[in-house]
Design a protein around this ligand. Sequence first.
Ligand SMILES: [Zn+2]
Length: 314
Amino acid sequence: MQHRLAPQEPRPNNYAGVRFDRLVERRGDAAWLAARLADPKSRFLPVWQTRNLVGDPGSPALTWIDQARAQALIERGAVPILLGQVEGQLYFGLDVSFLDTTDHEPALAGMGHFVDLRTVGPLLPPAPAALLASVKAYTQWHSRHRFCGVCGHTTRVEEAGHTLRCTNPACNAQHFPRTDPAVIMLVHDGGDRLVMGRQKVWPPGMHSVLAGFLEPGESLEDAVAREVKEEVGIEVADILYHSSQPWPFPGSLMLGFFARATDLELKVNTDELEMARWVTRDEVVNSPENEVFKLSRKDSISRRLVDDWLAATA
Ligand SMILES: [Zn+2]
């Protein structure tokens, strides 16, 4: 089956695969930016304290506010972030986290609700999902880097939201958006079984493949092998890249892999996992999706790895 596992570029993961024009060359162009910020055709995607505006959460959609509403908020402290152009339409993110509450806010009245993207991400089409993930990632990076990591002074937003600059003239450090790489790997036995586990904090019954953060100085493949060893005590070989997924909760990039176990006796580290075990293909296919056993969310790369492994081993 190994030869049938392949990188998955043609079918992107949720939040990925939307190659909109990010207008990188315009980020430092103050006159152009001022004109776009004043342009009635520009659209603004608000984020309030990590939550995205999505209209009706039961039927979420890309929900923007117009320039007049955005201007009223920018004058009071909202921060615009140039996202780019999708099908000829210019979009800014708009961080309105300075508001104590969005209730009764005239500039947002009637526009919908602010929700956690995780609750609506699977319901959104690719372009809205990617735009909302992007603006969420920028605003969270801003909120976590309000002070310079070099000297401790405050930072200010530059380059249309894409860099943060230390306000201490003697330091003047420029800070760039952070992304934390994490590996997520489906460990199989070369046959019809894979390793699934769960953490105590997950919803009852939810099982997923193994995952963990990259450590400094480590390759992705080294991280896959180390995490598997740490979590379930086995060695792996045939580590094969699958795909990646932006995961701005708050700032990760999930890098998905397949790996083949070279020994089969799991020694589960219960400091990291509540449990882990070999699960058969039939168990996964016939998952009861209840509080005893269920798979991870359909928008997750974990689920994608499982689905593609099922297809490859059918
Ligand atoms: Zn500094």
